[in-house]
Design a protein around this ligand. Structure first.
Ligand SMILES: Nc1ncnc2c1ncn2[C@@H]1O[C@H](COP(=O)(O)OP(=O)(O)O)[C@@H](O)[C@H]1O
Ligand SMILES: [Mg+2]
Length: 354
């Protein structure tokens, strides 16, 4: 049992509260991603799991054992940092075996474990090189190799891909996911990048300002975001939002502040008259031949596989992702329709899902 439980964990630096009581349950073998904007407390939380940072309140347990007062080396975790922290004067093999050496492992065992990890990561031809003779992606793999040889209960990753270029990031994303599928070790992975979270995680924990906003699988969060923050944070391009008042009873409409009314296919029960924020994913927008509300095309961006269209609706910018090739030009007017769109409803005051 190598699950991890974080119970009502808090952190303050002096009088400043940084983490406000976080609860997360992580099952054995689960790949969990902590995601949120810069400064929301992701690294602090991860460092508390690692034991590099004291916790102000609450409890952390790994494999059923409370670790609050255990030294990092006694927690059976291995951490991979953003800057890799490789020893420049050591070869790849020496870097990977160093922790085992420190722990007093036998030479033959070290060589075997380093060899196995090198095989898993495709590092065999590079074992004799120094870090300076490696590419960014190779260094990243060595840092992972160093964690793997220790055979920990839990891997902790803090933004491991943020120093890599975009193309390499995509490749390493797939490699880390494949590695997890192979090793099935519990992973807690921190990133500010929602695409990493969506593509890699079994479970996502969205954090903001030291609080959990929502926990769920990537698609649960994408399909049913609990509030406006989660709705806007996950998904690229981001969800479109419109504010207004629900009217029309059985024929629901969103009345914009200007008075323009947009027809909706449905609205939450007993919400007539309510001030709301509605959210529509860019791929869920659609257009009517007649009826609907006029919107002006401002920018057309073909990506090849799809087209991103920026629209102006009474001064609000909306993004439409079309799967088909668009015959649209800037300044053209199209008729926005939400009658067949999947619309998310949020209360304007509380920002919570209705
Ligand atoms: N040693 C420290 N002393 C005081 N404040 C800190 C310290 N470390 C981090 N913080 C603050 O805690 C908050 C969370 O930081 P951090 O966990 O690094 O965020 P993230 O990793 O999500 O970007 C930030 O506001 C940061 O300024
Ligand atoms: Mg950080």
């Amino acid at each position: 049992m190598s699950g991890l439980a974080i119970k009502n964990v808090r952190k303050s630096y002096g009088a400043v509260d940084i983490i406000h009581g976080v609860d997360v349950d992580i099952s054995d073998g689960e790949f969990v991603i902590l995601v949120g904007p810069s400064g929301c407390g992701k690294s602090t939380l991860l460092r508390m799991i690692a034991g590099l940072e004291e916790i102000t309140g609450g409890e952390i347990s790994i494999g059923g054992r409370t670790v609050n007062n255990l030294q990092p080396k006694d927690r059976d975790i291995a951490m991979v940092f953003q800057n890799y922290a490789l020893y420049p004067q050591m070869t790849v093999a020496q870097n990977m075996g160093f922790a085992l050496e420190l722990a007093g492992a036998k030479r033959a065992d070290i060589d075997r474990k380093v060899g196995e990890a090198a095989k898993i990561l495709g590092l065999q031809p590079l074992l004799g090189r120094k870090p300076a003779q490696l590419s960014g992606g190779q260094r990243q793999r060595v840092a992972m190799g160093r964690a793997i040889v220790r055979d920990p209960k839990v891997f902790l990753f803090d933004e491991p891909l943020s120093n890599l270029d975009a193309k390499l990031r995509v490749k390493m994303r797939a490699e880390i996911k494949a590695l997890h599928q192979r090793l099935k070790t519990t992973i807690v992975y921190v990133t500010h990048d929602q695409i990493e979270a969506m593509t890699m995680a079994d479970k996502i924990v969205v954090l903001q300002g030291g609080k959990v906003e929502q926990i769920g699988t990537p698609l649960e969060l994408y399909d049913r975001p609990r509030n406006v923050f989660v709705a806007g944070f996950l998904g690229s391009p981001a969800m479109n939002f419109l504010e207004g008042k629900l009217t029309g009873g059985a024929n629901p409409r969103l009345r914009l502040p200007s008075g323009t009314a947009i027809e909706l296919s449905a609205a939450p029960v007993q919400s007539d008259g309510r001030e709301v924020i509605i959210g529509i994913r860019p791929e869920d927008l659609s257009f009517a031949r007649d009826g609907g509300v006029p919107a002006r095309v401002t920018v057309v961006e073909p990506t090849g596989s799809e087209t991103h269209v920026a629209l102006d609706l009474e001064g609000r910018e909306l993004t439409w992702v079309m799967r088909q090739r668009a015959e649209l030009t800037p300044d053209q007017t199209v008729n926005l329709s939400l009658r067949s769109s999947n619309v998310h409803f949020f209360d304007k005051q509380t920002q919570q899902r209705l």
